[in-house]
Structures are given as C-alpha cells and as structure tokens.
Design a protein around this ligand. Sequence first.
Ligand SMILES: [Zn+2]
Length: 244
Amino acid sequence: MVDNIEKRLATLRSASTIEARAHEVHLELWNNRYDLFVDKVPSHPLESVEPAVALSMKGFRVVTDPCLGEMWNEGRRVRVAGVVDQDARLVKISPNLDGQERRFTTGHELGHVVEHPGMTLHRDRALSGHMPRKDNMEREADLFSSCFLMPARHVLNEFYARFGMHVFRMNEDTAFGFLLGNYQGCRKKIKLQRDASILSATASHFMGRHFLPLNQFFGVSPVAMAIRLEEVGLVEPDSAKWVR
Ligand SMILES: [Zn+2]
C-alpha cells in the first residue's frame, strides 16, 4: 500500500509542475510552523495547510472586504469573491462566501501569487458548478488551490482508509457498500465519471462503516473534492462504467 502511494505521488509530481510547487509550499509551511502559527503550532502536516498563512509567509496581507463589487465573467455579471493586488502585496476576500468557498478562493489567490508572479491587480469569482473555467491562468490557479488544499498524499491515504480501493470502480459490490438500492436503479443514478466522484467525495459510510466525508475532512465543496479525486486518478473516466 505504502509503495503504491509513493509511486503515484512521484508520478503526479513529475507530471505536473503545479502539483510539485504546491507540495513545495506545504514543506515551507511545515518547516516554518513555529514562526508562522503563533497560537497553535500544528502537530500534523495537514494542520499547516492554511492558504491565508501561506500568503502571509509569501509577504501578502489577507483581509476581508465587503466592497469588492461585481465583475463580468464569461458573459455573466457575478459577484467578486477575491482580489489579488501583487504590487500592494494584498489579497482581499469577500465576506459573502461560505467557509469552503472562502478556503478555495484564498487557495486560488495563493495560486496566482505562486504561479503568476507578474500579474498585478486581478479579480475573481468563486468557483461553483461543474464546468472548469475557460481562461488558462484561472485554470492554473484552480489547480494550484486544489493541489494545495487537498495534498495528494493525504487524499490517497484517506480514500484508501475509507474505501479500501486505489481506483474507484462501480459494480454491484460498491453499490451495495454505499447502500444505493437495487442494481438497475443505481446504474441510472451513477452514469458519468463525475457522478462516481461526487458519490465518493461526499459518502459518509461504506460497507457498514461510518466516517467523515472526504470533502468535509479537507474543508472543501463536494465539487472541488470530486475534481481532486479525478486529478489524482482515484476516479477514472471508466470508473462509472459498471463491471459485473
Ligand atoms: Zn483568478
């Protein structure tokens, strides 16, 4: 099991520079934990995965600002969720976000700071819905936030601890494990890769055991968790193709 996870981590980090850079920020946070976390020093690496602390480590101030206004985004007028001003070394986050959106947006702004250091004033909407953003830099900042908030090592470990699988497969046994009802009914409900990812991202029980759903464990929305499970290869395009 350990070898399998180490091999997958090495593959992920060599395939994606963003994955590797998010990991570098994790190490930096952990190595500097005594200086960065004054109130409570983390006793586990996951406790140091705080995007606002990482931004302050990079010399940025993070403030809540109720006056961020609106912006045009992909043809729609939407509320601004976050702003990064790299010249002023300032990140502003809207107070109108739930905890999961706030965490992801702060991670997204951290992504711009790490991946796009020349970028000056930039405004963002919150990530919602199932569609990836169209703009390249936006997709990179989302991927950074995803890699940062849900470190691959911990996602692989926590997934295996809950489901005992290294790749999710929909079949009669897994349908039974999730108490999804009869086989035909389940096949209608779980048809696409994303259906299988959302199911495993939000499940609170499997094969009679109860646990904290993965999305709650990592403090992210069901969609953000589902996308991460796909990124690290735990839910593959054919995971929802039922095998008997
Ligand atoms: Zn952005």
